[in-house]
Ligand binder design. Structure first.
Ligand code: ZN
Length: 140
């Protein structure tokens, strides 16, 4: 079964700025079971603010960050945050939302009318719905 990604958004938090070495991070949320990797990525693990741990996968050859595992196995499986800049189709995707805009870098513009949050969104359902509206993905 091929499963569509859940959402795609830009995060302007300082952690994403540091990790990307740029103004913001791009994240494509997808169920782990729908992501297939060729080759063997390396990873490291860091604690999260909530006391959990996050597995951060990257290319062992060039160091490019590939994905983070952001949730553990649940009834619908684990969720990965695939780093948007590593996608072959990154230039074709517009973020469905912008989060942590309260810490965006000077000069970064949030598109007028975009779904945006000063800090973390209260949940990801609005981002998932915005992604569905933007790309009209039909699950098969
Ligand atoms: Zn972030």
């Amino acid at each position: 079964m091929i499963e569509a990604p859940l959402t795609f958004y830009a995060c302007h938090c300082t952690e994403c700025q540091r990790q990307s070495g740029s103004a913001f991070g791009l994240s494509l949320l997808a169920r782990e079971r729908s992501v297939e990797a060729t080759g063997t990525p390396s990873h490291w693990t860091r604690p999260t603010d909530s006391g959990a741990r996050m597995d951060c996968h990257f290319c062992p050859h060039c160091g490019t960050r590939l994905w983070h595992k952001v949730s553990r196995e649940g009834s619908e499986g684990a969720i990965l945050s695939v780093k948007g800049g590593s996608l072959d189709i990154a230039r074709l995707l517009a973020p469905a939302a912008h989060i942590w805009t309260g810490s965006k870098t000077a000069g970064t513009q949030i598109p007028a009318g975009a779904l945006a949050y000063d800090r973390a969104p209260p949940g990801f359902d609005p981002l998932i719905e915005a992604f569905d509206r933007l790309y009209r993905i039909e699950q098969t």
